[in-house]
Design a protein around this ligand. Structure first.
Ligand code: MAV
Length: 326
């Protein structure tokens, strides 16, 4: 009987090895949004391109609407190699694992879309990618993003005086809080899926975000006042868990890298082009009221020393200089 059990076990092992080696790879992705958001569209494009460039069998299982949590959860998953294999997320949500990565999406880093585009089309950010891979085991395969972030609040904020002490939510990276603190606001780090409630209950009076996400998650319902501070043009890497990536056949890895680059470019074009359109749609629908911020130029002077100090602390003074000089 022992012999039969051993035999069955052996057949099982041989069979399962065979099955895993011939069956399709399934890669799971996650999006906090529905299928209309640019991040979701970019990840769908990414999957299509991988299928086009890879001869073997690969399937994608993209979970939408925050079914698997928010970006802060995704980062942990990617780092541990569990639950998901890839996603798109904000560098500032990865600070816990790689302190230098939030330099990429630090407010007031880019002068305009041209500057942002030139930086993202170069390999100037490579040292940050390296740190992310070494410390977080997260691989960047492309860059999406392209939305412009503005303040969003329950009451209008149009000048320095109104900004003073404004209780607002920021992303988890310390540099985010430091920057908004430097311009007089009173920032606190709150998870993205708690923001709507926190504004509704008056715990905070607003936050900052880009049009695509404001519209998708209906944040205008609780914070209908948009102030055009245009403080960030988003950089949103398409990221893979190193643990998942290394297990894949080499040819699939190559297809993912090629597809990531192209899907990123697709996403950047789409989101930057639609940004103004989406803002206008929300204005026309009576969902938001947009106002200028009086004295925006002054904000730049106020944050520069904070940016410099952050860069010095992560040994990236030269890198920051290079980005500014681009
Ligand atoms: C927007 O939904 C996106 O930029 C996303 O990547 C961020 O994590 C989120 O805002 C946020 O502010 O946390």
């Amino acid at each position: 009987q022992v012999k039969t059990i051993l035999k069955t076990a052996l057949v099982g092992v041989v069979l399962s090895t065979f099955v895993t080696s011939v069956s399709a790879e399934t890669l799971r992705g996650a999006s906090m949004f529905d299928d209309k958001h640019t991040f979701t569209k970019t990840m769908v494009k990414f999957a299509d391109l991988v299928n086009e460039y890879y001869d073997g069998d690969v399937k994608f299982d993209l979970r939408l609407n925050g079914e698997l949590g928010v970006e802060k959860d995704y980062v942990t998953f990617l780092n541990q190699g569990v639950a998901i294999d890839y996603t798109i997320l904000a560098p500032s949500n990865m600070a816990r694992f790689a302190p230098s990565i939030p330099l990429m999406d630090m407010p007031f880093l880019f002068r305009d879309l041209d500057h942002w585009n030139t930086v993202l089309s170069s390999d100037i950010l490579a040292p940050l990618e390296k740190e992310l891979s070494e410390k977080a085991d997260i691989v960047i395969v492309g860059y999406a993003g392209g939305g412009t972030r503005n303040l969003l609040s329950s009451k209008p904020i149009m000048n320095m005086k109104e900004l003073e002490g404004h209780k607002m939510r920021v992303m988890g990276a310390p540099i985010q809080a430091q920057i908004f603190d430097a311009i007089g606001a009173s920032p606190s780090a709150i998870a993205y899926n708690e923001v709507y409630n926190a504004i509704q209950t008056g715990v905070i009076n607003g936050f900052e975000n880009e049009a695509a996400s404001i519209q998708n998650l209906k944040f205008y319902e609780v914070a209908p006042n948009v102030t055009l501070t245009s403080h960030t043009i988003t950089v949103r890497p398409i990221v893979f868990s190193g643990k998942s990536f290394r297990k894949l056949p080499e040819k699939l890895q190559a297809a993912i890298k090629k597809a990531g680059k192209e899907a990123g470019a697709y996403g950047r074009e789409l989101e930057s082009r639609e940004d103004g359109i989406k803002l206008k749609e929300m204005v026309d629908a009576g969902q938001i009221k947009v106002s200028e911020f009086e004295g925006r130029e002054k904000l730049l002077d106020m944050v520069k020393p904070v940016q410099d100090k952050f860069a010095a602390g992560i040994n990236a003074t030269e890198l920051l200089g290079a980005i500014r000089a681009t």
